[in-house]
Write a protein that binds this ligand. Structure first.
Ligand code: ZN
Length: 302
């Protein structure tokens, strides 16, 4: 048994629901959060302080933050993409704010109306506000393994963005395969290059299973030393500004794979599977995850 802790950050409430055809109401989201806590999740992205006209699914973010249970040792993350969003995230008492910089110009302009260079300027200002408030601010670099508009993304561009984010004081740096085009070997190469560039700052990986490489990529990231991974219950999710992007890797599939290998995730699989089944009834459609269909192994395992 490899007695290593892997932190799973649940992103179903944000990346997941944001691109789901069904709209979940505030009470539904709060039940989703309760169920995830029951399944062992202790860090989750639940809110997004972007323009609600652009992302109506996230319009209730301040309400959600006002009503989440605060006594369970859970870290709640809110996404913010500009100063105004940062102020709203801090006012809503997010434990942590996450910012996104997309590694390609075209995708960046479509996603948040800013090139990577412009985004990093915005991030610099936001970091000042976050530091003054004593709230950690992480950054996720999007389209690290490929852009839906520009194609291949050069590795040195990713490394330069990561270096700059580290220099500006990001509490954690995430690298995201936003459109699911990475392969495990390129995951290893880019993880190693970014790790070298950011030193002691924790590195998180975010994979989408768009082309069925998600779990292999997660395994490659862990082999390369990553200890924090994003995933969504049921594998729901996508990106509304990236054509063809589909779900995140599924939390139950990831927790199953890691548990089989002897890693510690803190996730209770039976409860996570129950939550995925509950999601199917609430969303009115099946979810892409595999373990919630196949069941546990060995049968008695939780
Ligand atoms: Zn994503």
């Amino acid at each position: 048994m490899r007695d290593i802790n892997i932190e799973i950050v649940e992103v179903g409430l944000r990346d997941g629901l944001q691109n789901d055809p069904a709209m979940m109401n505030t009470d539904g989201k709060l039940e989703f959060i309760d169920r995830l806590i029951g399944a062992g999740v202790r860090r989750m992205e639940v809110a997004s302080f972007v323009n609600p006209k652009r992302v109506p699914q996230m319009a209730d973010s301040a309400d959600i933050m006002a009503r989440v249970p605060r006594d369970k040792g859970v870290t709640y993350i809110g996404l913010a993409l500009n100063d105004k969003g940062m102020e709203r995230a801090l006012a809503a008492k997010c434990d942590e704010v996450n910012f996104v910089v997309v590694a390609s110009d075209t995708f960046g302009l479509r996603n948040q109306n800013a090139t990577p260079a412009q985004s990093l300027e915005v991030f610099e200002n936001m970091m000042g506000t976050a530091k003054a408030a004593g709230t950690p601010c992480s950054i996720t670099i999007g389209a690290v393994w490929g852009c839906p508009f520009e194609g291949e993304v050069p590795m040195d561009r990713v490394v330069r963005i990561a270096e700059r984010a580290a220099h500006l004081g990001a509490s954690e740096i995430g690298i995201a395969d936003s459109i699911g085009v990475a392969d495990p070997w390129e995951v290893k190469r880019r993880v190693e290059a970014v790790q070298k560039a950011i030193g002691d700052i924790p590195l998180r990986c975010h994979f989408h299973n768009t082309r069925n490489t998600g779990m292999a990529n997660a395994a490659a990231a862990i082999d390369a030393g990553v200890r924090i991974l994003d995933s969504s219950c049921g594998g729901i999710g996508g990106c509304p500004f990236a054509p063809g992007a589909t779900g995140n890797i599924a939390t139950e599939d990831l927790a199953f794979m890691l548990g089989r290998a002897g890693f510690q995730t803190g996730i209770g699989l039976s409860k996570m599977i129950e939550t995925a089944h509950w999601l199917e009834t609430v969303l009115g459609h099946t979810v892409p995850a595999m373990v919630s269909k196949a069941g546990l192994f060995p049968k008695a395992a939780a």
